[in-house]
Ligand binder design. Sequence first.
Ligand code: 5GP
Ligand code: ZN
Length: 113
Amino acid sequence: MSDCIFCMIANKEVASDIVYEDDNILAFRDNAPQAPEHVLIIPKKHIASLDDVSEEDSQVLSHIMLKVKDIASDLGMEGGYRLVNNCGEDGQQTVKHLHFHLLGKRKMTWPPG
Ligand code: 5GP
Ligand code: ZN
């Protein structure tokens, strides 16, 4: 999608601080970090939200889930981390390209705001 900021980041039309990349997914640092380490993990394919995934996306979704622990480990999140997906209006999703927030290197609180 030409007007999607995360598609532009995936296509390297917009610069980002990439921490992991392969053929199908990209992880880059959030530009407004909410923790000492805060990265966004995205499929390179444009999927608007978790509400919009279909059966054909199951491989890229499981791939993201399986990579989380490696990315967390590479970033030194030995104490644990939090993985967040904001979906839709009530979920306060602001960028309409599926992404998972991986936050770490501080103690999280619960419940989230
Ligand atoms: P959401 O609110 O949709 O779950 O999260 C979107 C996230 O994307 C926010 O945490 C925001 O800081 C981040 N973000 C928005 N635009 C950019 C950008 O151009 N570059 C980077 N690195 N992060 C962005
Ligand atoms: Zn997109």
